[in-house]
Write a protein of this length. Structure first.
Length: 375
């Protein structure tokens, strides 16, 4: 199984040359069971994204690119319909549309006889680029944590980092975004304790982030989402770091539901709140949070029901609330730029405002990094 690499950082998706299929870690089975699953068709790829067997903004984008390959392998003339079906799987993470637009550009003018092979090469390259990108995010963010650690000047106490949802290797191809920052800081010798928000209702913090941190040997504690403010007000947190699904050109951060209250509590307690993401997560067509974006609302059963292991170690699903209870299951919220201390990207750390982020606009943004935050 290829669900890992030499550095111990997990790879969440890969192509299997022996079968031609794409293989994923099935995240709906974690933390109780580590299982992989083959994606053989476009329908498999769409279902994997929609049912959140793969999730996290960058991984959704890479899975969509592999989905294009699977579609063209079945029918070399199916590009437009494949793009439409993949685009409809989940609405909020902009990396999905970003990856599909790039795939479309890469395949423009390709003969049908070679189009599936070209699509596969594109997806493999996109996956490799995502892994490299996340490693770079980790290096820049590790530098931020080092600065905070030095300023704190308490060698007797670890640096205490609070994170929300899962922005780890499971949400990307390797490393993660917020967790890349944590991995690189840990690897550089900074003692860490990570507070992990449970992240109701799908519990990506409890189920996925804790699983990743345990495997990496990084000290952590799970807390319920509503405890984050208390932990900060009690002096137990030094810095918050999260990922994002879409950032506006003005630096507003759309991320998993519950991120906004974390940022509010951080601001009220004068704690830094950083967001780590690849530039592909910045939507330069979204001017600011004054313009609405699609915020996914998921099935009420995610709130009213829970899955776990019973005393016989069998997986069980239970209903916690009566079926008649009216439920709204908002999957994301938006944190205003004013609450964001800095945006950690593969090109450095930027202020959460338009003047700073504009340096990253367009495909060729390397070298235009003049408005970086001083870590
Ligand atoms: O609904 P999910 O699990 O796909 O949401 C994931 C998040 O909100 C992550 O924090 C975000 O995608 C950043 S992942 C690098």
């Amino acid at each position: 199984m290829n669900a890992g690499n030499s550095s111990g950082i997990w790879r969440s998706i890969w192509h299997e040359p022996e079968t031609g299929h794409v293989r994923i870690i099935d995240q709906t089975r974690l933390p109780h069971s580590l299982e992989t699953r083959a994606l053989k068709t476009l329908a498999d790829a769409c279902a994997a994204i929609r049912d959140m067997r793969v999730r996290g903004a960058p991984l959704i984008g890479v899975t969509a690119a592999f989905g294009v390959y699977l579609a063209l392998r079945e029918n070399p003339a199916s590009l437009p319909s494949a793009i439409d079906q993949l685009r409809a799987t989940r609405p909020t993470a902009v990396n999905l549309c970003w990856a599909l637009a790039r795939a479309q550009r890469a395949l423009a003018g390709t003969q049908e006889s070679g189009i599936a092979g070209r699509a596969l090469r594109f997806a493999v390259e996109l996956a490799a680029a995502d892994a490299a990108c996340c490693a770079a995010i980790g290096e820049h963010g590790g530098g931020v944590l080092r600065g905070i650690w030095q300023q704190k000047n308490r060698p007797d106490e670890p640096l205490r980092v609070l994170t929300h949802c899962n922005a780890g290797a499971l949400a990307t191809v390797e490393w993660g975004t917020a967790l890349a920052v944590i991995h690189k800081a840990a690897a550089s010798g900074i003692p860490l304790h990570v507070w992990v928000d449970e992240t109701r209702p799908r519990n990506q913090g409890a189920a996925l982030t804790c699983w990743e941190l345990r495997r990496a040997g990084i000290d952590h504690s799970l807390i319920v989402d509503s405890a984050a403010g208390h932990a900060m007000a009690s002096g137990l947190v030094d810095v918050c770091v999260t990922g994002s699904d879409r950032v506006s050109a003005a630096g507003d951060v759309c991320n998993k539901i519950g991120t906004y209250p974390v940022a509010l509590a951080a601001s009220d307690n004068a704690l830094p709140f950083y967001v780590a993401l690849p530039v592909s997560t910045i939507d330069f067509d979204w001017p600011s949070m004054a313009t609405p974006i699609p915020i996914e609302e998921r099935d009420a059963a995610e709130v009213s029901q829970a899955t776990g292991i019973d005393v016989n170690k069998s997986e069980t699903r239970i209903r916690q609330y009566p079926e008649q209870t009216p439920i709204r299951n908002f999957a994301f919220d938006i944190t205003p730029a004013r609450l964001v201390t800095g945006i950690i990207t593969e090109h450095g750390v930027f202020e959460a405002n338009q003047n700073s982020l504009v340096a990253l606009a367009g495909d060729d943004h390397r070298g235009r990094v003049s408005r970086m935050v001083k870590p």
